[in-house]
Design a protein. Structure first.
Length: 72
């Protein structure tokens, strides 16, 4: 029973967190340069861009760690 309650609470927490982050972002209908750089995560192209940036950042970090291990 605790497992199901944990799953429900986890899904609820995820939904609330995504909504909170998304509502603080500038909408794409706003005027100015901020609208282009701070678009909400609901747009799939924004999600893809963020995911690719995350993967590149993780790869760069892993490469730095691997370089340190090879030297040591």
């Amino acid at each position: 029973m605790r497992v199901f309650l944990g799953m429900i609470l986890g899904a609820l927490l995820l939904t609330v967190s995504v909504y909170a982050v998304d509502s603080m972002s500038t909408s794409s209908t706003a005027a100015g340069s901020a609208a282009v750089t701070n678009r909400t995560m609901v747009n799939w192209d924004v999600v893809q861009t963020n995911w690719l940036e995350f993967k590149q950042s993780a790869k760069n970090s892993w490469d730095k760690i691997a370089t340190r291990v090879d030297r040591g």
